[in-house]
Write a protein that binds this ligand. Sequence first.
Ligand SMILES: *Cc1c(COP(=O)(O)O)cnc(C)c1O
Length: 391
Amino acid sequence: MTSALSHVACSRCGARYDADEIVQLCACGAPLLARYDLEKAARTLTRDALGGREPALWRYGELLPLRDHAGRVSLEERMTPVVPLRRLGPELGFDALFVKDEGLLPTGSFKARGAAIGVSRAKELGVRAFAMPTNGNAGVAWAAYAARAGIEARIVMPKDAPAIHRWECETVGARLSLVDGFIGDAGRIVADEVAKEGIYDASTLKEPYRIEGKKTMGFELVEQFGWSVPDVILYPTGGGVGLIGIDKALRELQEIGLIAERMPRFVAVQAEGCAPIVEAWKEHRTVSTPWEKTHTVAFGIAVPKAIGDFLVLDALYRTDGMAVAVSDAELLEMQRSIASREGLFVCAEGAATLVAAGRLRESGWIERGERVLAINTGSALKAAAAPTGDR
Ligand SMILES: *Cc1c(COP(=O)(O)O)cnc(C)c1O
């Protein structure tokens, strides 16, 4: 199970870079993405081979960037379940509605995937300290994996982010700064610090490997749907890295011939209080306009301007997908509905995808018999109050 990583390439201009050097953004300012020798990967990454591997994201080693798995930084994360919604599904008019429950991962959200691969690869490349802006979950996950790796984590978070994130970050030993503003303001502070001190910039899509961890959601769901893809995937979209990652994963599996050339229709779900991708999609634009004054309880998707917005929008157009904004009142009500019908305590962002699913079923955009997968990106417990103070 050797990594088939061959180089990293710009997602916009195509420029190539050496994968075994530390890289951040392309000189043109766009994100770099990991590229693999897919022929080489196809020789050992087979359905049979996978059958004998550990049930964890590390099983896709050929299509992950880590060269030496002996040095992996892991909290023994496991594949997350795909849960059929047998009560809520039919109530919303579906025969086959599923949730992939990422709330079971270490640190309580799917950000653990990006951190497991991102921190492992950073360590392999010799990084000793990194900085990143976050609305909470990413910072917590990277801080936890950094603790395990013995790497210094500097996390910058809006002061209005849930107190539980601050508590967790500090407890696992990160250097935490709070900013009176939004995630974009945190990003500017990180950029200054990186420029001044020459430390690694672990901001969303400013290094190429976090997305490689997130894409493992795509590999897993393909196996869980019996080597096929669902008809529709709904994703709570902030930076959109998870959606871009799933899209990348499915295309890599198609190219190595493990699945047929059929894509799900992607639905990017946002909160009404921060919906730049939805606005751009409605006007059929290729990039989004920065959102002013975000306001939503779904903190994980409150991203006013995503650096990879053009990749998210491309995935929506290419798959005949769609973008939907839902209100806080709707998603909070759905959080109760799914909990009381199915026993699943999903985060606000995850609940938003189910509101969107219901609405698209009602409008007929999704048909009753289609296989529909909503991604629950984290546990509702992540919104609990920290014991040391109020929220
Ligand atoms: C970060 C986050 C998101 C958004 O993830 P992206 O892939 O960056 O769009 C959604 N939900 C939760 C709970 C998150 O923490």
